[in-house]
Write a protein that binds this ligand. Structure first.
Ligand SMILES: Nc1ncnc2c1ncn2[C@@H]1O[C@H](COP(=O)(O)OP(=O)(O)OP(=O)(O)O)[C@@H](O)[C@H]1O
Length: 204
């Protein structure tokens, strides 16, 4: 199972954002996307996860393989922690949630409505959802926002265990997760030349 990205070009709101991005992500590997605010990390992750079509290039090996965790946690506020995880597991045809509860220190909160959790607790629940999908490729956008140091360590440990089980992880983060095995791809050199689709069409 290899995720292969070749010569990817992405746009946002009609503006060219990144172009010429290529990388491979193999089983057991982690790749961290870096670059300044607005360079296009979120846009690239959305394209890799199939949430928006790329402007050019190819993504192969992603179909039915990716679990995506976006900025917003997308939790169901009126369901408990357990119910949220069970619901999410069922979407992927699975049922086991216990290891995810333990990994993200959610066992004492298991019966709490998700809407009553603190920001960091919600984030832990949002990340725990990745574990119940059974999907091998985790795509994570700023996964540590709102997390305290102890929760960042839990998250890093969960990623490490996922890699050891043959999974992989592609993530945008500004902080050092202490994952020695992670490679880093700085997107700065891939910033697209400023132009709009309309301008391109005008020159055709
Ligand atoms: N809905 C939108 N419409 C138009 N432009 C947008 C939209 N969302 C984001 N952009 C622009 O697209 C560019 C890439 O944004 P993106 O969120 O992918 O960057 P990022 O590297 O993830 O940034 P950050 O580190 O701040 O999270 C930015 O210039 C941003 O202003």
């Amino acid at each position: 199972m290899v995720l292969t990205v070749r010569d990817l070009a992405v746009t946002r709101g009609g503006l060219a954002i990144l172009e010429g991005v290529s990388f491979d992500l193999k089983a057991g590997e982690a790749l961290v996307l870096r670059g300044p605010n607005g360079i296009g990390k979120t846009t690239l992750l959305r394209s890799v996860a199939g949430l928006q079509p790329p402007e050019g290039g190819t993504v192969t090996g992603a179909e039915d393989q990716i679990a995506y965790a976006a900025h917003s946690d997308g939790l169901k506020a009126m369901l408990s922690v357990t119910e949220n995880l069970k619901f999410w597991a069922s979407v992927f045809g699975l049922s086991d949630i216990e290891s995810a509860l333990v990994a993200f220190d959610l066992t004492e909160l298991r019966n709490r409505m998700a809407g009553t959790l603190s920001a960091g607790q919600k984030r832990r629940l949002g990340l725990a959802r990745l574990m119940v999908t059974g999907r091998p490729i985790w795509v994570l956008d700023e996964p540590t926002v709102s997390l305290d140091a102890a929760s960042v360590a839990l998250f890093a440990e969960a990623v490490r265990a996922h890699l050891q089980q043959g999974g992989s992880a592609l993530m945008a983060t500004h902080i050092d997760l202490g994952l020695d095995e992670a490679r880093v791809l700085d997107l700065t050199p891939f910033k697209a030349a400023p132009r709009t689709r309309q301008m391109d069409e005008a020159f055709l």
